[in-house]
Design a protein around this ligand. Structure first.
Ligand SMILES: Cc1ncc(COP(=O)(O)O)c(C=O)c1O
Length: 283
């Protein structure tokens, strides 16, 4: 259900979410021609805002769209949006599209970008999910080759996530050309023989802010970290597999394709890194 009274932001104004309107010719609607970010806030304190705004710039550069706001203005707008919500732990969603224009694939001349933001309650995994781990399925990654851009053209990810939903599991972990990429809305890391192994942040995966945070926390805790391609056989034979994202934080995978994985319960490295993550995030 849409929370119609919640305060959102559209093109310079704070408005009720249920009142926010865009024209049907918005290129975000017509072409998925836009980019977005999701920034978690714990107790109204943004987590890694600077890194999220840097990734926003990377996505905007990737689709050749000028950033409508300087960083300080984004920070002010996000802060104001967050201060207008009745809940403290938030996931601020922001989206910039190439604006409203006559339908033509080529970029329009002089269209103003559409800037939309809303904030939802940040729902992190339940104690049971952390304790028992979660189930995933695997699939071939059939998305485009610019998965490093956080674009609103998400139908490839939507179809992957629905495969998981159809099977009653949390995520679809993808492989391309025999190597692990990521999941439909999270990054995937493995742990083997006491080390964490992560796929490189190339054009085939979203450079996750939580992925970076997890690797930093692991290094600080003295856990060896390797960043390199991971084969299908290595991923499926690993001691541990984890998902990471702004809302999942870091979460252990304990079933893959209907079979127990890693002994069927979260492994020791997961517990260590999860605990460090909890201490480390804003309170
Ligand atoms: C495809 C994909 N990969 C990875 C992530 C994780 O990124 P982050 O940790 O910045 O939330 C997301 C986040 O939603 C995603 O959609």
């Amino acid at each position: 259900m849409i929370d119609a009274d919640r305060i959102a932001f559209l093109n310079g104004e704070f408005v009720a979410l249920g009142e926010a309107r865009i024209p049907v010719l918005d290129r975000g609607f017509i072409f998925g021609d836009g980019v977005y970010e999701v920034i978690p806030l714990y107790a109204r304190q943004p987590f890694r805002m600077e890194q999220h705004l840097k990734r926003l710039q990377h996505s905007l550069d990737g689709i050749r769209l000028a950033n409508p706001h300087p960083i300080a203005e984004w920070e002010r707008l996000i802060g104001e949006l967050a201060s207008r919500q009745p809940f403290a732990d938030q996931a601020v969603y922001l989206q910039v599209t190439r604006g409203v224009a006559k339908r033509d694939h080529a970029f329009p001349q002089g269209a103003a970008p559409t800037v939309f933001m809303m904030s939802n309650p940040l729902v992190v995994p339940s104690a049971e999910q952390v304790e028992r781990g979660v189930a995933v399925i695997t699939a071939q990654d059939n998305r485009w080759l610019r998965c490093d851009l956080k674009t609103t053209s998400l139908v490839g990810n939507v179809l992957m996530r629905q495969l998981a939903a159809d099977r009653g599991v949390i995520e679809t972990v993808m492989f391309r050309d025999g190597h692990l990429t990521e999941a439909s809305a999270s990054n995937v890391l493995i742990a083997h023989a006491g080390a964490i192994v992560a796929p490189p942040k190339d054009n085939l995966i979203l450079p996750g802010i939580t992925y970076d945070a997890t690797l930093e926390i692991a290094r600080d805790a003295g856990v060896p970290v390797e960043v390199r391609p991971i084969s299908h056989a290595e991923a499926l034979g690993a001691d541990e597999m984890w998902l990471s994202s702004s809302s999942k934080e870091v979460l252990a995978v304990t079933r893959v394709d209907d079979k127990p994985f890693g002994g069927g319960s979260p492994g020791p490295l997961f517990r260590r890194v999860w605990e460090a993550f909890q201490r480390w995030k804003p309170h």
